[in-house]
Ligand binder design. Structure first.
Ligand code: 9GP
Length: 735
């Protein structure tokens, strides 16, 4: 009803709804899977009627816009906030946030030592609220984003009048810098002071908000964990553990143990990566300078923790050093993951393999100390509202016609009803038509954005995600070169028998990640040669789609035949685009990594193309590369030789990509997995030729994807970690 009114209203004003929708910018608040998962969670929380808020920073410049110029990535700022009708500035909701200064201790009337954090500077946090409406429910939750501004809110008139123009605005500018930019790294942490400032600013404002709301209820403090659950989405907000302890001790006057009991029962910590370069550490001198009182509390938390470990494991001297929150390096570092574990009552990974890995590798000692029950798994999920209904309306409509309505959008297990129609001719025809239409739409987009003409009936092979060596876009492009060389070596007759393919790539490289940028450059350079080779024609096209984001994902994902989730086993915590692709009727080629494993279990191993070494073999292989001989796969060697001949332009640019595999230990096992990758891609070609079988695989897979709804995932958090129940709300009609 509302939609009809909107349509009519807009038409009266002379606008088309499509044009109005086009005006909307993607939110630029995240880097990749971590932020997008949070967005799915917000949708599920509201749709399931859980009273929950999200907190974050309102970045003036979020993730950059990617342009491809001469095959290279160029970053340009994205002015996404210039037009954002969804946010409500709340100038009435502000919090003063303190930085720097010193700590003074005094003794109160009961002889208790009290810490006073004094001096330093104050920055004001201003709330901006983004409503998160649930699907088919009147429930609407809130995403509160904090923006930084100078405490006075004005520049210094005195200085201005004295002609000191620069410093008259300096305070304002310094304050605004805090929420100015999103650090554009995915799965990589660099200990920059401004980032630590961002983290504290964000958690201090959010905790102030949460505590203020709790205090209004006039309940005793011991009830805080029953009323409030806070989930740390990765270690980035871990200072919240310390901040809550500070509030309870210094401002509310609780004793250490009582306060710490409240803190640990309030927080849960989700780990999203095992990559060492992504595990946050902050230098002790930096924290000392920026947050002197917090450093004292961190040291106390560590002291009491280590004392308890020592009491229980008196013989194990090394254990203390391994689990300590403080790393005894030069300079000393605070290990944020250790702080998050010690400060939380539950720790979870995001897919079964990943949750097992954290228990047996990086957090093994903590399992010994706290026992296995503190560690659990919550496999990630995606919202079917956006990633099926919105992205693929025709498929959603078809499913709804067979499952008896739209219930599958709130209970994704309903999808299994479509398996009954797997042999139904009309259903299959409509299924195939929808896929083709989605591919035609993508083909148009490819033409418009990359200038390449692709045949929509070719096999569309897609890898879209952040560019990272562990995600192995280099393996994919080396495979594409191998395919090209194989086709080139064939006679024209033989070529005619081959399956045409379009290899589609998309994703941003962190601006400082040189190797990832070389991968983008290689993909574009290969595309330039292959796409203009008349011998090859439509048999192979290679496309890099600029500026991959959510809006583009909504066009790309429904059009995929096969998508690539080919990380080195044990490196991708979960992945969520794997779920999106399968839900949209595409098959996947993947390694035994992250959620690929559970997807296989759900949809059946006949419906997925798995290849490569297993996580349990990775360590031995790496060891062999370093200490034994490392034979490069001969087919891969041919690929390297071709690149080195200059077939794809500048050999210098690509030398590092080759030597990482050939000379520097092949950390991501590209050579070890190359042969089985190529063989498995050949199986994909064969399978695709048999369209009847292919469609059966696709329908069967979609029917079995119910488990991967973020609704299931949120219910698991609610029951197993937060101990909360949904509110009873009347369901909305006709949603
Ligand atoms: O790399 C993981 C990705 O595998 C996972 O799907 C996502 C959501 O859980 O988190 C990513 N992790 C990070 O971005 C940094 O920890």
């Amino acid at each position: 009803m509302l939609i009809c009114n909107c349509l009519a209203g807009l038409a009266d004003l002379g606008f088309r709804i499509e044009d109005v929708i086009e005006q909307e910018h993607d939110a630029a608040l995240g880097n990749g899977g971590l932020g997008r998962l949070a967005a799915c969670f917000l949708d599920s929380l509201a749709s399931l009627n859980y009273p929950a808020w999200g907190y974050g920073l309102r970045y003036r410049y979020g993730i950059f816009k990617q342009e491809i110029i001469d095959g290279y990535q160029v970053e340009v700022p994205d002015y996404w906030l210039d037009f954002n009708p969804w946010e409500f500035p709340r100038h009435d909701v502000t919090v003063d946030i303190q930085f720097f200064g010193h700590v003074r201790k005094s003794t109160d009337e009961n002889g208790r030592t009290v810490a006073h954090w004094e001096g330093g500077e104050i920055v004001k946090a201003v709330a901006y609220d983004v409503p998160i409406p649930g699907y088919a429910t009147p429930s609407t939750n809130n995403l509160r984003l904090w923006s930084s501004t100078a405490a006075s809110g004005e520049f210094d008139f005195q200085k201005f009048n004295n002609g000191d123009y620069e410093s008259s605005v300096a305070d304002q500018q310094r304050a605004e810098t805090i929420s100015a930019v999103l650090y554009p790294n995915d799965n990589l942490e660099r200990g920059k002071e401004l980032r630590l400032k961002q983290q504290y600013f964000w958690v201090a404002a959010s905790l102030y908000d949460i505590v203020r709301r709790f205090k209004k209820s006039k309940r005793p403090w011991k009830e805080f964990p029953e009323q409030v659950a806070i989930q740390l989405n990765d270690t980035h907000p871990t200072l919240a553990v310390v901040e809550l302890q500070r509030i309870l001790l210094d401002l509310e006057g609780l004793e250490w143990d009582e306060a710490w009991n409240i803190v640990t029962n309030t927080f849960g910590y989700t780990n999203h990566t095992v990559l060492p370069e992504a595990l946050e550490k902050w230098s002790v001198p930096l924290i000392q300078h920026l947050l002197p009182r917090h450093l004292q509390i961190i040291y106390d938390i560590n002291l009491y923790f280590l004392q308890s470990v020592e009491r229980r494991f008196p013989e194990e001297r090394d254990l203390l050093g391994r689990v300590s929150i403080i790393e005894e390096s030069q300079p000393k570092m605070v290990r944020m993951a250790h702080l998050a574990i010690v400060g939380s009552h539950k720790v979870n990974g995001v897919a079964e393999l990943h949750s097992d890995l954290i228990k047996t590798t990086i957090f093994k000692d903590f399992v010994t100390i706290f026992g296995p029950d503190k560690f659990t798994n919550v496999t990630n999920g995606i919202t079917p509202r956006r990633w099926l209904h919105q992205a693929n309306p025709r498929l959603s409509e078809l499913i709804s016609s067979k499952t008896g309505g739209k219930d599958f959008l709130t209970d994704l297990n309903e999808l299994n009803k479509i398996e009954l129609y797997v042999k139904d001719k009309a259903f299959r025809k409509e299924w195939a038509d929808i896929k083709l239409a989605n591919k035609e739409r993508l083909a148009k987009h490819i033409k418009a954005s990359a200038g390449v003409t692709v045949d929509p009936t070719a096999l569309f092979d897609v890898q879209v995600k952040r560019i990272h060596e562990y995600k192995r876009q280099q393996l994919n492009i080396f495979g594409v070169i191998h395919r090209y060389l194989t086709l080139k070596a064939m006679s024209p007759e033989e070529r005619k028998k081959q399956q045409p393919r379009v290899s589609i790539f998309g994703g941003k490289a962190a601006p400082g990640y040189w190797m990832a940028k070389q991968i983008i450059h290689l993909i574009n350079s290969v595309g330039k040669v292959v796409n203009n080779d008349e011998d090859i024609g439509d048999l192979l096209k290679v496309v890099f789609l600029e500026d991959y984001n959510v809006s583009k994902a909504e066009i790309i994902i429904p059009a995929s035949d096969i998508s690539e989730h080919i990380s080195t086993a044990g490196t991708e915590a979960s992945g969520t685009s794997n779920m999106k692709f399968v839900l949209n009727g595409g098959l996947i080629i993947g390694t035994c990594d992250g959620a690929n494993i559970e997807i296989t279990r759900e949809i059946g191993e006949n419906n997925i193309f798995l290849f490569g070494n297993l996580a349990e073999d990775v360590e031995d292989l790496r060891h062999a590369h370093t200490y034994g001989t490392h034979e490069i796969d001969p087919d891969l060697n041919r690929v390297f030789q071709e690149i080195e001949k200059g077939t794809f332009g500048s050999t210098q640019d690509f030398a590092a990509l080759i030597s990482a595999v050939r000379d520097h230990g092949d950390y991501y096992l590209v050579s070890d997995d190359f042969h089985s990758y190529i063989e498995t891609q050949a199986l994909v070609d064969d399978a695709y030729r048999n369209q009847e079988e292919w469609i059966t695989k696709c329908i069967t897979s979609v029917a079995r994807m119910g488990f991967f709804s973020s609704d299931r995932c949120i219910n698991e958090y609610a029951e197993g970690i937060w101990n909360i129940e949904p509110l009873r709300v009347e369901k909305e009609e006709g949603a």
